[in-house]
Write a protein that binds this ligand. Structure first.
Ligand SMILES: Cc1ncc(COP(=O)(O)O)c(C=O)c1O
Length: 363
């Protein structure tokens, strides 16, 4: 054992880090990004906003990111129809940092977090990183959750934090609000609904359930529908007491003045940025149709990706696609792969590679 390995926390020994491959491939459909880059006009506006903010670079940024949170609250109010104000919204560097702050405050040593596999791998990794014991639970056939089954599991294990993900990564399946209500009633701890892909779904947001539920948290991101992944901006909506609690664990000045300025400029053009959502949804529905036409299974998706299979050896199919210049995601779910909806051309390239590659690897 090396000196460093000896010093590492025992519960982290032998763990593997998050590692979606960042390969230089023509068609990258493996991390659920939005394939549409910002328009030249938007790039000019972001640059101007960031340039203006840079004039105050000698000072620390607004620690509470108040102006940005006002804009985020207005965006959520406008798009969900449920009024929110600044005290109910918190922002950080990606929703991953939001999830980490939640676990720092409400999880930790001697505490547990429960999620329904397969789900977003970072729920487990951030739990483990904060020494929160991860409790992996199963889903019903078709990767579904039902109110009775999910609430039974939550009541039995009584975790400190429950993760629900809707639409769920990697399955694309969305939850009916009655599942969230039932889980909340059964839980004694925090219930976090990860809505990273909400804008791609026509279902109601869990934000409508917030009034009267002070243990409920809804997390969102600008990485997906907003096509803003590189800027790193995630946020949550919850009871003001939750936002207050997070002040105990957040690092001071965690959101740079550049990030705050860029995010505000992007929110001011939200309609333009979200304009690509319809095109992405069209390609997602095309993926569902055309994958099924190949006699494969594709799980109904409310997100910007599709889980498809079943393959005898999904790793071989992943490699066959990569050999044809298309990178998809092997999420470690035997038999299944996940593909992100790309531009029309990228989606076409994936479907061509799949048709071609299937001759090589039989399902
Ligand atoms: C379900 C889910 N939540 C959160 C995230 C993280 O997003 P962010 O870029 O805001 O950290 C992702 C990213 O893939 C995701 O799939």
């Amino acid at each position: 054992m090396t000196e460093v390995a000896r010093l590492l926390r025992a519960d982290l020994q032998g763990r593997t880090p998050y590692g979606a491959p960042q390969l230089d491939v023509a068609v990258r459909l493996n991390t659920n990004e939005n394939p549409h880059p910002p328009s030249p006009e938007l790039v000019a506006e972001l640059s101007a906003a960031v340039g203006e903010a840079a004039r105050a670079m000698n000072r620390y940024p607004d620690r509470d990111a108040v102006e940005l949170r006002i804009d985020l609250a207005a965006y959520l109010t406008r798009t969900t129809g449920h009024p929110l104000d600044v005290e109910q919204v918190w922002a950080a560097n990606g929703s991953n940092e939001i999830l980490q702050q939640l676990l720092q405050a409400f999880g930790g040593n001697g505490r547990t977090a429960l999620g329904f596999d397969p789900t977003y791998s970072m729920h487990r990794l951030i739990s483990e990183g904060t020494a929160t014991r991860w409790l992996p639970m199963e889903r019903l056939a078709g990767f579904r959750l039902e109110p009775e089954q999910a609430s039974l599991v939550v009541r039995e294990h009584a975790p400190d934090v429950v993760f629900l993900c809707s639409p769920n990564n990697p399955t694309g399946t969305a939850l009916d609000l009655d599942v969230i209500e039932a889980v909340y009633d059964a839980a004694r701890g925090l219930v976090v609904v990860d809505e990273a892909y909400a804008e791609f779904s026509s279902r109601p947001s869990a934000i409508g359930l917030l009034p009267g539920r002070e243990r409920l948290v809804v997390t969102r991101t600008m990485s997906k529908a907003f096509a803003f992944a590189a800027a790193r901006l995630g946020y949550l909506a919850a009871d003001p007491a939750i936002v207050q609690a997070l002040q105990l664990v957040r690092l001071p000045y965690h959101l740079s003045v550049l990030t705050q300025a860029a995010a505000r400029a992007a929110l001011a053009r939200a309609d333009e940025l979200l304009g690509s959502v319809a095109a992405v949804v069209e390609q997602r529905d095309r993926l569902l149709r055309e994958i099924r036409a190949l006699d494969l299974e594709a799980i109904d998706s409310d997100a910007n990706f599709v889980l498809f299979g079943e393959f005898g050896d999904q790793a071989a199919t992943w490699q066959a696609l990569l050999d044809r210049g298309v990178l998809v995601r092997d999420v470690g779910l035997p038999g299944w792969l996940r593909v992100t909806a790309g531009t029309e051309e990228e989606t076409g390239a994936f479907l061509d590679a799949l048709r071609d590659g299937m001759g090589e690897v039989s399902p």
